[in-house]
Design a protein around this ligand. Structure first.
Ligand SMILES: [Zn+2]
Length: 214
């Protein structure tokens, strides 16, 4: 099998995301870029992730052209490949409709702020205005909202998109964005909301960057 390593990483990540309740049905898609060739492994479109094998994961080029695999690649290929073209530091990308991230991406005050130290690594979380799923337009807007170093964005009335230097980093961004959205949601329900102080967020980001965060 060609590109076995990245296909397996995509498969493991999508099954992990299903286990964690970040993906419902066939929604959500995950991609991983090859270290040597300009190709990307990505989950196929409309196929149940349960029972999926590494061979079922599609291979596309950096422009989204389908190169290998028995099933059509995810309809969100443009979003994943546009980010990888714009950001050579990004090797893995995750798009999900996590319940709380999707809820928090509905309102006008969709800005997510960190309420616990580990969340600091993934802020600021960008906001992408609603555009049609699968379009080049949504792909361009995700690239713009991520900027040169962003790890996570909310997509209005749709879900979220996260990225990282490897699959572990992209999945961590996804998990902590969903956690930020969940804590923000419940804090709003309680009626009071104290985000972490700005100085604390800055210090945590420094510790995380220096790999000294506990
Ligand atoms: Zn979606």
């Amino acid at each position: 099998m060609k590109y076995e390593k990245i296909r397996k990483q995509v498969l493991d990540a999508i099954l992990d995301a299903v286990d964690q309740g970040l993906i419902h049905g066939t929604s959500g898609n995950i991609a991983m870029r090859d270290d040597e060739d300009d190709v990307v492994a990505i989950t196929p479109s409309g196929i149940s992730y349960t029972g999926m094998t590494a061979e079922d994961i599609a291979i596309v080029d950096l422009n989204g052209k389908w190169l290998d695999g028995p099933y059509k690649p995810s309809s969100e290929v443009p979003m994943h490949t546009a980010v990888m073209r714009a950001r050579p530091d990004v090797k893995a990308t995750v798009h999900t409709h996590g319940m709380f991230a999707t809820i928090m991406a509905m309102g006008n005050d969709a800005q997510l702020v960190p309420v616990t130290p580990p969340q600091c690594e993934f802020v600021p979380v960008g906001i992408v205005p609603f555009t049609m799923p699968g379009s080049d337009e949504v792909a361009d807007k995700v690239v713009e909202a991520l900027g040169s170093a962003g790890r996570s964005v909310l997509i209005k009335n749709h879900g979220m998109f996260c990225c990282g230097k490897d699959m572990k980093a992209a999945m961590a961004a996804t998990v902590y964005t969903e956690e930020m959205a969940t804590t923000a949601y419940y804090a709003k329900v309680l009626g009071s909301f104290e985000p972490m102080p700005e100085a604390g967020v800055k210090k945590m980001k420094e510790l995380i960057a220096a790999d000294q965060a506990v």
